[in-house]
Write a protein that binds this ligand. Structure first.
Ligand code: MN
Ligand code: MN
Length: 476
């Protein structure tokens, strides 16, 4: 039952369509490196495609009918788009779900310190990373600083070619004998992921010490003692009007610096930060925005916090989505308690997350018949989980059969896979959470190489097939 390679079948027109989609995706991936940036960009794209903010429809006392398009976002980190169908919502939704948070390093709340004339920022990693991969590569800062006065200052440093970048230093091999003898999980400790951000000391102008107040003298003494840190703080003050205390209410993520790029001499792949899971998020979003007149109400749900268990107000376990469905049904004149329950339980969902592509360098972790391969299209995982399918949604055979029909009818290339050999490891997704409503959910997604590494790789053909598959799903 070997699945076919989609590349061999493309017409010139399909190649052009694939290339155009992938150019847009690379741009999205390069610009949206945090969940907040993903939501902001998704909102802009949605509005350009005729979507209106749910809250503004509610505020002006409006209503919704078939063909209308609205989106709701929560805390700027999760977003749901609705394209109202001709069928009553009680009949169920077609939902494309994916997550927009990616593994990274977050700045600690009290991050800044100076050591031997070097200024550093302390981090706490987020999600499953191999810590050693984060040293000795150019890094950027993305995030927000929320100030006491209510203003929120966006920060992006390290992306513009004219920007400086930051780095976590590594130990030279000459002195690394002790380090290299350790297990890979231990040779860079989480606490040692400290970002080098400055080295030049602040030089204070000469003043007559006697003319200074006690406070001014103390401040001066502090700035003299930690002059590099003082210089960094001065830069932050000048450029962003941020004080050291403002780090306490900031969310700043440390991510690989630079844009997503074509990979391979033949440009057949994309190397980028955060394919997991923006590759599924972007293709789902693009498919949602391309829809015309769906029968069943079409939804695209992009959530935060998947990498740390889908928890919190913006994770998939939050009531945000259920609440948004209730609001939309209300505006469509279809709200009732039982109506919302019927809507959710009769919904169909593709819970999309990246699959691990077969890697010839690490062949031993996979079982070849049940593995995803580059170029063979959208991946369906009937189940995920670990150690005897634990934690898995395990979609029903009947729903898998429906997906086979939908994909085949639309001439979409697709394949099935498990995450590695039995008992080799495993992983979870958001599928089981939506399945709690009783809705039909299956894990699907696009295969990547080097998943969770600073730079992940994906096939352009699979991005294209994913996009086509998502359109077919929304139209079924
Ligand atoms: Mn993921
Ligand atoms: Mn992941």
């Amino acid at each position: 039952m070997e699945r076919k390679n989609s590349w061999k079948t493309y017409t010139e027109e399909q190649r052009q369509e694939m290339t155009a989609l992938c150019e847009e995706y690379k741009d999205f991936l390069s610009r949206a490196k945090t969940e907040r940036e993903c939501v902001t960009l998704s909102e802009q794209m949605a509005e350009a495609a005729g979507y209106e903010r749910l809250e503004s429809v509610i505020e002006k006392g409006g209503s919704l009918k078939a063909g209308d398009k609205v989106y709701a976002s929560w805390m700027g980190k999760t977003i749901a788009l609705f394209h109202i169908g001709t069928e009553p919502m009680e009949c169920g939704l077609n939902i494309l779900g994916a997550h927009i948070d990616s593994p990274r390093l977050d700045l600690k709340q009290n991050p800044l310190y100076e050591d031997t004339d070097l200024a550093l920022l302390d981090t706490h990693y987020y999600g499953g990373i191999k810590k050693y991969q984060w040293t000795a590569l150019p890094l950027a800062l993305h995030g927000v600083v929320a100030k006491k006065d209510g203003t929120v200052v966006p920060v992006v440093i390290g992306e513009d070619p004219a920007d400086p970048v930051l780095v976590i230093t590594d130990l030279l091999p000459h002195l690394g004998y002790g380090q290299m003898a350790k297990k890979a999980s231990e040779f860079i400790a989480g606490e040692d992921l400290n970002l080098l951000i400055g080295h030049e000391p602040l030089v204070l102008p000469e003043v007559d010490e006697d003319s200074l107040s006690k406070e001014e003298k103390e401040e001066r003494a502090k700035q003299t003692k930690e002059a590099v840190k003082a210089n960094v703080l001065k830069l932050l003050k000048d450029k962003y009007d941020i004080e050291e205390e403002d780090f306490l209410s900031a969310e700043i993520e440390v991510v690989p610096a630079g844009p997503a790029r074509d990979l391979g001499l033949d440009r057949s792949m994309i190397l980028g930060y955060g394919h997991d899971d923006r590759i599924c998020a972007y293709t789902s979003l693009a498919a949602q925005l391309a829809l015309t007149a769906p029968k069943r109400t079409a939804v695209c749900l992009l959530v935060d916090k998947e990498e740390i268990g889908s928890v919190g107000a913006t994770g998939a376990q939050s009531r945000f989505f259920e609440n948004a469905v209730a609001e939309v049904m209300n505006l469509a004149g279809q709200y009732s308690e039982i109506g919302v329950r019927r809507c959710l339980s009769r919904s169909h969902m593709l819970s999309s997350d990246v699959s691990a592509a077969y890697d010839p360098n690490y062949a031993s972790v996979n079982e070849k018949k049940n593995t995803a391969y580059f170029g063979r299209g959208l991946v369906f995982n009937k189940y995920t989980g670990a150690r005897g399918k634990s934690g898995s949604n395990d979609a029903s055979a009947e729903y898998m059969a429906l997906m086979r029909r939908v994909m085949d009818d639309a001439c979409v290339f697709w394949q099935t896979a498990e995450l590695g050999k039995v008992d080799e490891g495993g992983g979870g997704t958001i599928a089981y959470i939506s399945a709690n409503y009783g809705m039909k959910v299956i894990d699907s997604g696009i295969a990547v190489l080097s998943m969770h590494a600073p730079w992940e790789a994906a096939s352009k053909a699979d991005i294209y097939e994913g996009y086509k598959g998502y359109i077919a799903f929304q139209q079924h």
